[in-house]
Design a protein around this ligand. Structure first.
Ligand code: DAH
Length: 351
């Protein structure tokens, strides 16, 4: 027995496992339930008491040696041994989840909504397939008036079997602007209104870097007693300071929209050059960001709101445009191509 132990001891001392398999073979051979150590201990039971005194110590030392060899090596190979079964090394760091990010337009829409929420605006939505009344007529676009040509419309056939009131509503179209939601909101409730209406809109435009057949707008509506153009200016001024930073200048230029009177377009000092002139602002120092105005009394009358008692303002902006000015994106098509190399750059927050 003594000689066996000596022989195994040198075997163990020189053993350098090169793989998990080798280590496992070693473990079974020496430490396994039918292994050498078990056998030696069985043998040990049968030896004489004198021999026991000497051999007991030797055997215990041998056992410790065999176990230590295994323990010293087991960490090296444990992953590998599992990998044989699972086909991969589970001790490697996990691959982790790719956390999805928000689309830049969603990020900016959220930012816009949050700014107006601080002023008490609530969010409202309306359908993307819209009838003529909500998209045009109620908004004071007269029949056959060239103002309707301002926006190239995608008309859609009514769904067969739908009960369409053709006399009032006429044709269906993909909404050309979110102003239609103003009409739905005012028809459905009573003043005061203070709402923000984000949504997708469609226009029959050839797709290019600067135009797309669909894009996104945010519409604003404020109707109450004694609402003035000063309220409109202050509201939008606050919005611009919050979105683009304090010190951003604004200016209002007279404009025309059928549903507002007076109407204006609002420019801000160029976010890129700060007003000194660059490519983005075509050297003017100013960039247009939205249309606005006091709601035309005809619109209020169309939705049965007393235009003698109530006044209001409205505004509409393109989210793509606001986003471009924030991030200097030069090609609108990037927003809808789903190229992760583009989208990844905006993964600033996940909510
Ligand atoms: N609907 C307009 C457009 O799509 C934008 C607009 C202008 C909305 C003036 C308004 C407004 O509410 O008052 O071009």
């Amino acid at each position: 027995m003594q000689s066996k132990i000596t022989q195994y001891t040198s075997e163990i001392e020189t053993f350098e496992p090169k793989s998990a398999e080798e280590l496992e073979t070693y473990r079974i051979k020496f430490l396994g339930t039918k292994g050498i150590i078990k056998d030696l201990f069985d043998e040990f039971k049968a030896v004489s008491p004198e021999e026991k005194r000497i051999l007991g110590k030797v055997l215990n030392q041998f056992k410790q040696l065999a176990e230590a060899k295994f323990n010293d090596n087991k960490d090296k190979f444990i992953g590998e041994s599992i990998s044989k079964e699972a086909g991969e090394d589970l001790t490697l760091p996990g691959e982790g989840f790719e956390i999805g990010g928000r689309h830049p337009l969603s990020l900016v829409r959220k930012e816009i909504v949050e700014i107006f929420k601080r002023l008490g605006f609530v969010v409202a939505e309306g359908p993307e397939i819209e009838d003529d009344w909500h998209n045009f007529s109620a908004l004071n676009f007269p029949e056959e008036h060239p103002a309707r040509d301002m926006q190239d419309t995608f008309f859609v056939a009514p769904i067969p079997g739908e009960n369409v009131d053709t006399e009032k509503k006429g044709e269906y179209a993909l909404r050309t602007h979110t102003s239609s939601v103003q009409v739905r909101l005012m028809e459905a409730g009573k003043p005061p209104f203070r709402a923000l209406m984000p949504g997708r809109v469609y226009r029959n435009e050839a797709i290019s870097a600067r135009a797309h057949c669909f894009f996104h707008q945010v519409e604003g509506l404020y109707v109450d007693e004694n609402v003035s153009f000063a309220d409109l200016k202050q509201t939008l001024y606050y919005f611009v300071q919050e979105l683009y930073g304090e010190g951003t200048k604004v200016r209002f230029r007279p404009s025309y929209f059928p549903f507002t009177e007076p109407s204006a377009e609002m420019d801000i000092s160029c976010t890129i050059c700060g007003g000194s002139g660059c490519q983005m602002c075509k050297q003017s120092g100013w960039v247009e960001i939205l249309g606005c105005g006091m709601i035309d009394p005809n619109v209020l009358d169309n939705v049965n709101i007393d235009s003698k008692k109530y006044t209001g303002f409205a505004f509409g902006m393109g989210i793509e445009r606001i986003t471009n000015l924030k991030y200097q994106i030069k090609d609108l098509r990037l927003f809808s191509e789903n190229d992760v190399r583009f989208l990844k750059q905006f993964q600033t927050e996940v909510v």
